[in-house]
Write a protein that binds this ligand. Structure first.
Ligand SMILES: Nc1nc2c(ncn2[C@@H]2O[C@H](COP(=O)(O)OP(=O)(O)OP(=O)(O)O)[C@@H](O)[C@H]2O)c(=O)[nH]1
Ligand SMILES: [Mg+2]
Ligand SMILES: [Zn+2]
Length: 378
């Protein structure tokens, strides 16, 4: 698709477009994933029989290993270890470790079967060490949309004013990041827009809340490279993903950090001062010449729903609760309605952020509702 067509296209559903949700590709993906489930079973069976030296008829020593760095929906560009990029695609023989999830995503480690005259085939998607999951819209509830895999740190990008800050989405991402095995960092971008004392106080308040929990937080402006030094320092040696609402400046930050304008940035809508979903596909980029430092820029979301969080475990993802929960009167307290709850007392004394607690209540209700739906189906 040309850049011009891409710029005109507007998302047709409530959810912004994601790599795996492009209109017209959904049905292809579904059949793909059905096949993946079947393949998974077959692989397990073959493993039990001890047939492991070959994948789909190709001796495993002939396969190349690499990482998926971008995709156009049809092909996946794989950075082959030590030897550059290769255009690849999946086939009905592609083996995936996770049956009920996105078959291939950015950051995946894959084993590739090269083809001298044609596009190489992804023979196997290797198990994911970490992953960022999102509830897939319009899919069965059990299906996991994997936004990105094998990432060290989830960098949640927000802005205070334009678009307005939402702790709701920050907390949803924190839960998804911790659940997926990632470390968490938060960037408050566009601090150049905070011209008033009140604006700066809001920034300080949120920096305070999230820093006191233990998350790395950065006040930044993509328009002023010098403000990004602490963030750049933090990213060194890691593979990070930038995620958040559309228009908060994820791509602008990536461009300023990399010192180029390679990735396209958008304009905010005049009326709502929100983003226009400019980035439509995730891409894994190298940060300068610093070895082992990568950033995945992702498409901005309008909203973010968590995938299958056990409601009774949700409290553990609100890590500051753990400082108080030993004092709760009831063992295994959910901190929602129990008497003599030390977490609720801490909220009342402002030792825990009221907003964070309200987000916990909301996410608990959501997780409970999803859990009920899943139980009814099984
Ligand atoms: N004033 C100011 N504007 C910024 C800053 N960062 C980004 N912008 C502007 O915000 C708008 C959106 O920036 P993008 O980088 O496209 O935002 P994004 O988060 O990548 O958006 P999506 O790709 O839609 O998810 C652009 O007009 C940028 O110029 C900043 O630090 N300060
Ligand atoms: Mg972008
Ligand atoms: Zn409690």
């Amino acid at each position: 698709m040309s850049k011009a067509t891409e710029a005109k296209r507007t998302p047709t559903t409530e959810e912004p477009e994601q790599d795996s949700l492009l209109p017209g590709r959904e049905s292809i993906r579904r059949s793909h994933e059905d096949r993946a489930r079947h393949r998974h079973k077959t692989t397990k069976h073959r493993e039990r029989l001890g047939v492991q030296a070959q994948i789909g008829g190709t001796p495993t020593e002939d396969l190349l290993t690499g990482r998926v760095v971008r995709s156009d929906g049809q092909y996946y560009i794989v950075d082959i270890d030590d030897s550059g990029e290769l255009r690849t695609k999946t086939s009905k023989r592609t083996i995936a470790a996770e049956p009920n999830a996105t078959l291939v995503t950015i950051g995946d480690r894959v084993r590739v079967e090269p083809h001298p005259e044609s596009v190489a085939l992804i023979a196997e998607v290797l198990p994911r060490t970490t992953k960022l999951l999102r509830r897939a819209s319009g899919r069965s509830d059990a299906f996991a949309q994997v936004i990105v895999a094998n990432i060290d740190t989830l960098v949640i990008v927000t802005s205070i004013l334009e678009p307005p800050l939402s702790t709701g989405i920050i907390d949803r991402y924190i839960v998804a990041g911790l659940d997926g095995g990632m470390a968490i960092a938060i960037v408050f971008n566009k601090i150049d827009l905070l011209k008033t004392k009140a604006g700066k106080e809001v920034l300080d308040e949120y920096l305070g809340i999230y820093r006191s929990i233990g998350y790395q937080c950065f006040a930044a402006s993509a328009e002023k490279a010098s403000t990004l030094d602490p963030l750049r320092e933090f990213l060194i040696g890691k593979t990070s993903v930038f995620a958040g609402h559309s228009g908060v400046g994820k791509t602008s930050l990536v461009n300023t950090l990399r010192g180029d304008e390679a990735e396209r940035i958008g304009v905010l809508s005049k009326k709502y001062r929100r983003g226009a979903h400019t980035t439509s596909r995730s891409v894994l980029l190298k940060l300068g010449d610093v070895s082992g430092t990568y950033i995945v820029d992702t498409p901005g979301v309008r909203e973010f729903a968590n995938h299958e969080i056990d409601p009774e475990n949700l409290k553990f993802f609100f890590e500051e609760f753990l400082r108080f929960s030993d004092e709760c009167a009831i063992p295994n307290c959910s901190h929602l309605h129990e008497p003599d709850c030390a977490v609720i007392a801490a909220v009342e004394e402002s030792a825990i952020s009221v907003e964070r607690y309200a987000n916990y209540e909301k996410l608990y209700q959501e997780a409970k509702a999803q859990d009920k739906k899943l139980r009814e189906k099984s």
